[in-house]
Design a protein around this ligand. Structure first.
Ligand SMILES: [Mg+2]
Length: 397
């Protein structure tokens, strides 16, 4: 690290789902907003900073969130939209370096050691990433810069919301030792209780403990791991993401589905969404899988492999139709999912359907153009009524 300094950047979008919703509806700005399921099984998937002041957090049951924060605005999750915006966010990351390791839709590590000829210092890169996310997408992000992954992640946490924290290598221990021990990766409730019984509250307390005591209490692997983290050591490299192996959509239903007709309608909806997502990402695939989770949580997956890759909702639906005929629909269904795997390279040649060459593709492209312009609910199969409220989705940010 000669001159260029710390080369690991952790970027974490702030309240990502909420901020994406605010782009579509500026009326949500500055209000206590959460994204998540409004119904009986609903949980908070993303909480605005206004709502966090009342104690609202991600993964909290919605009923608890509503109780903590009177006047809370609950927006249903739209994962297709978050996925779409996430691809734009990651596109900006990859403009800086190909070494991007995604942790979720809105969070990634970047290794910028290779950019030393283009930038004087990684902090410049961090500012530039934040500035581009704000200017091009209208989204706030927090950035942490350090010489290891786990310190970079802690630094972005310290920078939230909408900030940047740089921890020079020489100041790593000062920064680290002041933090509560629960901020370290791998410290859950049980470990924290064990550490507290040893009088450990901060990372500094942990560093002061001898490793033998730690290993005796927490086991060899966990004890050694935590001792190393407390010394600021983390040898893990940023591992760039492999290309996607499959694309899937799924939905957990607010009340279990008990009719075959309703199953067919929901599958039509899922195939339609999946086809749209595939066409937007330029991918097509040959293996179509159907996932069914019954109300007792038994889960069944069935697959069929096509001769040629497809990204076409109608063809996906037809394959799913073959699979549904082999399953038991007398039991109530809690979740349905459809996945396309064995993906072909983007831009590889596509076989059109034989009966009506080009027709379905043409229709699919037209539908996509209309949706790009007027939104994802502007057009769709006639059976999918836009007023259906019996749906819920979960996610996190
Ligand atoms: Mg985030």
């Amino acid at each position: 690290m000669t001159g260029f300094g710390e080369s690991i950047i952790h970027v974490d979008m702030d309240a990502f789902f909420v901020e994406v919703e605010r782009l579509r509806d500026p009326g949500l700005v500055a209000k206590p907003v959460v994204v998540g399921g409004a119904g009986r099984r609903g949980v908070v998937a993303s909480a605005s900073y206004e709502s966090r002041r009342f104690g609202v957090r991600s993964a909290m049951p919605m009923s608890v969130a509503r109780r903590l924060c009177p006047g809370l605005v609950v927006v249903p999750a739209d994962h297709d939209e978050y996925q779409r915006v996430s691809e734009l966010v990651f596109g900006i990351f990859r403009d800086f370096t190909p070494i991007v390791e995604g942790l979720s839709l809105d969070e990634a590590f970047l290794d910028v050691a290779g950019l030393r000829r283009l930038f004087d210092h990684p902090v410049e890169i961090g500012h530039s990433i934040r500035q581009r996310l704000r200017a091009e997408l209208g989204l706030p992000a927090s950035v942490g810069i350090a010489s290891t992954k786990f310190v970079a992640k802690l630094a972005s946490e310290a920078a939230k919301p909408d900030g940047l924290t740089h921890i020079p290598a020489a100041e790593t221990l000062t920064f680290l030792h002041a933090l509560p021990v629960r901020s370290l990766w791998g410290v859950g409730e049980a470990t924290r209780a064990a550490l507290e019984s040893l009088g450990v509250e901060t990372v500094g307390d942990l560093a002061a403990l001898d490793t033998l005591t730690l290993v005796a209490r927490l086991g060899v692997s966990n004890g050694n791991h935590l001792a190393a983290l407390a010394r600021g050591e983390d040898p893990r490299r940023v591992v760039p993401d492999a290309a996607a192996k499959s694309i899937s959509v799924s939905e957990t239903y607010e009340t279990d589905i008990a009719s075959r007709e309703r199953v067919d309608t929901e599958l039509l909806r899922l195939c339609d969404r999946l086809g749209g997502r595939m066409r937007r990402s330029g991918l097509s695939g040959r293996t179509i899988s159907l996932k069914v989770r019954y109300s007792d949580f038994t889960t069944i997956t069935r697959s069929v492999t096509l001769v040629d890759p497809t990204d076409n909702s109608h063809e996906i639906r037809r394959a799913v139709g073959l699979l549904t005929s082999r399953l038991d629909w007398t039991r109530p269904v809690r979740l349905l999912g459809v996945e396309v795997g064995t993906l072909a390279e983007p831009g590889s040649p596509r076989q059109l359907t034989i009966e009506e060459p080009g027709k379905w593709q043409e229709l699919a492209d037209t539908v996509e153009q209309i949706r790009d312009r007027y939104g994802s609910t502007a057009i769709g199969p006639a059976r999918l009524t836009p007023t259906d409220k019996n749906r819920s989705t979960t996610g996190s940010d």
